[in-house]
Ligand binder design. Structure first.
Ligand code: ARG
Length: 461
């Protein structure tokens, strides 16, 4: 491509370190779309003849077909996807191929291709997240009043409903979805036409190419257009945060499906056996979702490090952007699919969850709240009285509600038999009706809200 100036071939290792085709061949569709839009625009402004533009378009469509059907031969000597496509176009249509690169550079070309790819990938992950939220919402409806222990410090804290627990993840995932949407909206500007770095003297129409490629507008500064990668960083940040949410749910699945907890049984399709221990059902997919967070975090830190301190405008360092972004999007794609599959088919063991919810004096706060409400005891004092009741229950090896009334009354004379009404796990969750609370009525309200939001999002509202 630059044979005019060079006489010797590149060293083999130079070629190895320089070539990006093994990675950026994934941009083939976007690259050809960009070239089609560029050629059409050049013809519209009179830089290309209609005949040349038509030859270029039909040649590019043939290249696209060859790539889609796997007949295209990618060449490392041609470095990257841009030169592979252009070189094949020359084989097919001859001389007009050489006119396509007028008023552009690989710098604005790659920035455009990559933005298009990342924008589409953000939209695809958004849809996958919405699907996972849908599964969680259906679970929340089914288990709106299934009592399970709520933990702090992984110590039994207060009973909650399993539906409420699932909807906590729906909320997190919805913010993740919003982060992808925000990032996609911010990257919705087209770099094409910035050329190498300074713009061009040809009378190009950047609004036309931006529109043709589905961008809201052209980028306003050519130096920024060829050297900005914050769109990719923002997407990676969204991926890293989403992966981190998935890893928390994955960790809970690992804990819940252990023999010691036994809260959830994963379906056969989402479990693996052990080659030596026949009794095992391992939550491998959950463990791998948990682990893939490492790739997402690594990709974010990796690209931040590549971009740090690069002077304007383009530097070849930026070629190292794509592998990390592709890998992170791929990992999240698999993780979201796996999590959706696991959660859609996992069966909670409601009896075990309920029994565990009653352990550890989980309704002690309800006793304290009762004293505040019914006997006008200040909360700090009620906390102290309840502590003594817990101690008494511990000493007799029984639950709070199994303590005889006279034992409770020796602890505090204001306690009456009515207290037993609030000490069960069902009474406890039913009482937590504050907005955002775990009470089944609140969970059902949230399920209804989610359903109408999801219906609106998927367009069948
Ligand atoms: N393969 C290159 C990349 O991905 C394309 C841009 C090359 N530009 C250049 N001036 N060498 O970044």
């Amino acid at each position: 491509m630059w044979g005019g100036r060079f006489t010797a071939e590149p060293d083999d290792v130079m070629q190895a370190i320089n070539a990006s085709i093994d990675v950026d061949r994934r941009l083939a569709e976007e690259d050809i779309a960009g070239s089609l839009a560029h050629a059409q625009m050049l013809a519209a402004v009179g830089v290309l003849t209609e005949a040349d533009a038509a030859a270029i378009a039909s040649g590019l469509n043939q290249v696209l077909d060859e790539i889609r059907t796997g007949r295209f031969v990618f060449s490392r000597a041609l470095e990257d996807i841009h030169m592979n496509v252009e070189s094949r176009l020359k084989d097919i249509i001859g001389e007009p191929a050489g006119r396509l690169h007028t008023a552009r550079s690989r710098n604005d070309q790659v920035a455009t291709d990559f933005r298009l790819w990342v924008k589409r990938a953000c939209a695809a992950r958004e849809q996958q997240i919405t699907a996972l939220i849908g599964v969680l919402v259906e679970g929340a409806d089914r288990w709106a009043d299934a009592v399970t222990p709520g933990f702090t410090h992984l110590q039994t804290a207060q009973p909650v409903t399993f539906g409420h627990h699932l909807l906590a993840y729906a909320e997190m995932l919805d913010r993740d979805r919003g982060r992808f949407a925000d990032a996609a909206a911010r990257m919705d500007e087209c770099p094409l036409g910035a050329a190498a770095l300074a713009g061009t003297g040809f009378p190009i129409d950047r609004d036309q190419t931006a529109r043709a490629l589905g961008f809201a507008a052209p980028m306003a500064n050519s130096l920024d257009a060829v050297s900005a990668r914050d769109f990719a960083l923002e997407a990676l940040a969204a991926i890293a945060i989403c992966s981190q949410h998935l890893s928390r749910l994955a960790e809970e699945i690992v804990i819940w499906s252990s023999a010691q907890f036994g809260f959830v049984r994963l379906s056969d399709a989402w479990s693996t056996g052990s080659s030596i221990m026949p009794q095992k059902r391992n939550p491998d997919a959950a463990e791998l979702v948990r682990a893939k967070t490492g790739r997402a975090t690594g990709a974010l830190v990796g690209l931040l490090t590549v971009m740090k301190g690069l002077p304007l405008a383009y530097s070849k360092d930026m070629q190292e952007d794509k592998s990390q972004v592709f890998e992170a999007f791929d990992a999240l794609d698999l993780s979201l699919q796996a999590m959706t599959g696991m959660m859609a088919t996992a069966e909670p063991d409601l009896a075990r969850m309920r029994a565990a919810a009653a352990h550890g004096f989980s309704t002690a706060t309800d006793l304290a709240d009762w004293l505040v409400r019914e006997a006008n005891v200040p909360f700090r004092e009620a906390h102290h009285i309840t502590g003594r009741a817990v101690k008494a229950a511990e000493d007799c090896g029984c639950a709070l509600w199994d303590l005889p009334l006279d034992t409770l009354q020796t602890i505090d004379a204001r306690i009456t038999g009515a207290v037993f009404g609030v000490l069960t796990v069902d009474a406890s969750v039913a009482s937590r009706t504050s907005y955002g609370g775990t009470a089944p009525v609140r969970v059902r309200e949230q399920v209804a809200r989610w359903r109408s939001r999801l219906a609106a999002a998927t367009g069948d509202a």
